[in-house]
Design a protein around this ligand. Structure first.
Ligand code: URA
Length: 432
């Protein structure tokens, strides 16, 4: 068997056996397959699809391509994974809320890539905070604080690292079997017992329709369940940014405001996720879990937990209580309504605008300007009048391409066009 044979078989639409998939993934992880061969394989999968059995085999082989992440402590661990969005800081809210409820959160997160933001970058907005925690320090923090969020080490799922980097530049990200195996290989290589997948649909997501997002969610749930994990998934809207801020410092600031009681779609979705996970781990009814999650925010317990976590990772915890400390670049461009109408906001365009200003990465390893931001002044679906201020674009140098993207992101329609924030929830008893 050669790498060429496997690519040729997939190109011709043949379902691969577990042995062929395992061989290919091993060659990817060990460097025996070139980037060109990985790209050809991914394009063949994108165009011809995979059976569920092939996708299960691909996920297993990828999960086994590197070191397993050790369980940091005794207990039942919860995890949430989003397929990627704009202004989605739910992890920064959800982790302290769960920890305040006594649900230990030991989370490995990623960096922003493409138009989507990354939890690690937002956490690094806290001066001094490190996301590079040794396994021992990570485990100690989980035992002492009940919450830790860090980056995965280089030897975790190396096959996914190579495949994702190639997919990102060869237009092969938006394939259901490739996303499912990428996400779930990282989950299977880790220790979480209860996993909630937030599968995004809409203009700012890899899956544009809710039906396709639901198909992806079901496939990932079945992969996790086959591996003995307790799984649930929410299919949620990413037509517009989830919160009111795009950009690292502004999003970290907003997460602290939500922990102080600010209410918007970001707070609603974070508490929705927290209640599903808390109900599953603590084995309590979901209404009770939601009530406790709301109480953890209302009482300040979740905010205190977040401050403890930030401090344990070397960050300045004063920012948690005084979010105005986060610096945001001056407003360099205002977006105003061109006419009367109901507002639509395009998350993809705003994510790209933020990258264009330097607030995100064009390539892995690029430096990020944490102070760049787009601040929404009006929410999608509201009725606005011509000339009203819709958003401020904040950056440190003129960025005409970003300003044009931001201008184009705000459109008006004669009728309200807002799709549901939570389209479907797939739990133990099926779709809700
Ligand atoms: N997130 C991942 O981890 N992998 C994908 O392929 C897409 C989103």
């Amino acid at each position: 068997m050669t790498v060429y044979d496997v690519i040729d078989a997939k190109k011709n639409g043949r379902a691969l056996g577990a042995e062929e998939v395992g061989y290919f993934v091993n060659e990817v992880a060990q460097g025996g397959a070139s980037d060109a061969q990985i790209a050809a394989f991914c394009m063949a999968v994108l165009l011809n699809g995979m059976t569920d059995e092939e996708c299960f085999a691909l996920t297993r082989a990828m999960a086994e391509s590197g070191a397993r992440t050790p369980r940091p402590a005794e207990g039942v661990f919860a995890d949430k994974h989003s397929t990627g969005g704009v202004s989605d800081s739910t992890t920064l809210v959800l982790v302290p809320v769960l920890a305040a409820l006594g649900v230990p959160c030991a989370k490995y997160s990623g960096r922003g890539l493409g138009h989507t933001g990354g939890t690690l970058d937002k956490l690094e907005s806290f001066p001094g905070l490190t996301v590079s925690l040794s396994p021992e320090r990570f485990a100690r923090q989980v035992r002492e604080v009940g919450a830790a969020v860090a980056g995965q080490t280089a030897d975790t799922v190396p096959a996914d690292k190579r495949m994702y980097a190639v997919r990102d530049v060869t237009a092969t990200v938006d394939s259901i079997p490739l996303i499912a195996s990428s996400v779930m290989s990282k989950k299977l290589a880790s220790f979480a017992d209860v996993i909630l997948l937030d599968v995004k649909y809409g203009g700012g997501a890899f899956m544009h329709t809710p039906k396709r997002a639901e198909k992806l969610a079901r496939l990932m749930v079945s992969i996790g369940e086959a591996a003995g994990r307790r799984m649930c998934a929410a299919v949620t809207c990413m037509d517009a940014p989830l919160g009111d801020a795009v950009g690292c410092n502004a999003e970290a600031r907003e997460a602290c405001e939500v922990l102080a009681g600010k209410q918007n779609d970001l707070s609603r979705l974070s508490l929705f996720h927290a209640s599903k996970l808390a109900a599953a781990v603590l084995r309590i009814p979901e209404e009770e879990a939601l009530r406790r999650a709301e109480e953890a925010v209302g009482s300040g317990a979740a905010r205190e937990k977040f401050a403890q976590m930030v401090a344990a990772q070397g960050g300045d915890a004063r920012y948690v209580y005084e979010p105005q400390r986060f610096s945001v670049a001056p407003c360099a461009h205002e977006v105003r309504a061109a006419a009367d109408g109901f507002l639509n906001i395009d998350a993809l365009a705003l994510g790209r605008a933020c990258v264009e200003m330097g607030g995100g990465r064009k390539r892995e390893g690029d430096a990020v300007d944490h102070t760049c931001a787009i601040l929404l002044k009006r929410r999608p679906g509201v009725q606005v009048r011509a000339g009203e201020l819709l958003a401020e674009v904040c950056c440190n140098a003129a960025a005409p391409a970003a300003f044009a993207l931001a201008d184009g992101a705000f459109t008006l329609s004669p009728r309200r066009r807002v799709r549901p924030l939570v389209y479907a929830y797939i739990g133990k008893s099926g779709r809700a």
